[in-house]
Design a protein around this ligand. Structure first.
Ligand code: CUA
Length: 381
């Protein structure tokens, strides 16, 4: 009975193994590190391929010799006792020098890759400052004044130079298709004449598209929920995206002072009545700007909201996700997030309707106010 089970197992074992191997093939892998999309990732990938073939060569050699020995010196009834050898100078020298040469052969391209990926680009790069926060990413563009969160926009075909540091603990910036991991360290004030502890990441993206990444250094409860999306655009689209930030969203502030005056004037009938949608947005704007808890942490360009502790919400409506890649950016999801951020992201430093957060007590907002806030924020596109 037992032997029959073993026989059956022996028959299916290769099939199971094959299924396991094949399960690694196919499908979409947006965070694959063997599908390079930048010069930086190409350098790393070519190094990986070189080392892969070195190891394949060693594997073939070792298994070849092993197979030869197993066959040649196998136990046979009439086989003579093989020659017994104790120590062999030639062999010992060979297996010391051989691996040493292989290590040197691997070290040369590795060191070249290290220098290549650390050097300043020749062409004038787009300079972007990356700040890691628990548990989201801030992207600042010093040249255009854009400050945004979690969605990094870059042009294709032009070098991008990221200067990275953290506002709290150590994070790690990793978008596998664009380049290697980079530690994101808290910058301690450096002594006179010394550079603070910034890290750098420089690459040129080839094709337009969205590339996803992830914080790669354990930084607390929501470490795994600290996603990154890189949107690579044509230079023209990128310029348009940057320009959009120079003017506030039309709904960010109430219509101009004249409009307000006519509104309070007796002949309001001359003004077209606000649609229910506009009305909701206006109420959300009121909640956002007149309650201390929103503006204490968040900024919206072109308004008085200038908080810097949380993500900048200018043009939030144009982002594809909220909560660092957690939820699709819809008014419904925004409302769910505002109601209870910790239900989605434990440790989020933002108060909810019923719980404190970031040093603020629960907001106690009504459902109506939450819906209005979400409508206002979604309108900022
Ligand atoms: Cu930030 Cu892990």
């Amino acid at each position: 009975m037992r032997t029959r089970i073993y026989q059956k197992l022996q028959a299916v074992a290769p099939l199971l193994l094959l299924a396991l191997l094949l399960s690694g093939c196919g499908g979409a892998y947006p965070q694959s590190s063997i599908d390079p999309a930048t010069d930086f990732a190409d350098t790393i990938h070519s190094l990986y391929v070189q080392i892969f073939w070195w190891t394949m060569l060693i594997l073939a050699l070792v298994w070849g010799v092993l197979a030869y020995i197993l066959v040649r010196f196998r136990e046979r009834p009439d086989a003579p006792r093989p020659k017994q050898t104790h120590g062999h100078l030639g062999l010992e020298v060979a297996w010391t020098i051989g691996p040493a040469l292989i290590v040197v052969a691997i070290a040369i391209p590795t060191i070249q890759a290290v220098f290549a990926t650390q050097s300043e680009p020749d062409e004038d790069p787009v300079r972007i400052e990356v700040v890691g926060h628990r548990f989201w990413w801030e992207f600042r563009y010093p040249e255009s004044g854009v400050v945004t969160a979690n969605e990094l926009h870059v042009p294709v075909g032009r070098p991008v130079s990221l200067r990275l540091h953290s506002a709290d603990v150590i994070h790690s910036f990793w978008v596998p298709r664009l380049g290697g991991k980079r530690d994101v360290n808290p910058v301690v004030a450096a002594p006179e004449g010394e550079n603070p502890d910034y890290t750098w990441l420089r690459f040129t993206v080839r094709d337009t598209g969205t590339y996803s990444g992830q914080c790669a250094e354990f930084c607390g409860t929501a470490h795994s929920l600290m996603g990154i999306r890189v949107v690579a655009q044509t230079p023209r689209e990128f310029r348009r995206w940057e320009e959009a930030w120079q003017t506030p969203s039309p709904t960010a502030v109430p219509a101009g002072p004249e409009a307000q005056e006519t509104e309070s004037a007796p002949d309001t009938a001359a003004q077209p009545p606000a649609s229910p949608e506009e009305d909701l947005i206006a109420r959300g704007r009121d909640v956002f700007h007149n309650q201390s808890f929103c503006v204490a942490c968040h900024a919206i360009n072109g308004t008085n909201a200038q908080g810097v502790l949380g993500p900048n919400l200018t043009r939030l409506g144009a982002r594809s996700t909220i909560g660092a890649g957690l939820l699709e950016n819809t008014p419904e999801n925004l409302a769910r997030w505002i109601r209870d951020p910790r239900a989605f992201k434990p440790g989020a430093e933002m108060p909810g309707v019923d719980h404190e957060g970031g040093g603020w007590p629960a907001t106690g907002l009504t459902d109506e106010q939450v819906r209005a806030l979400a409508a206002y924020l979604s309108s900022l596109n």
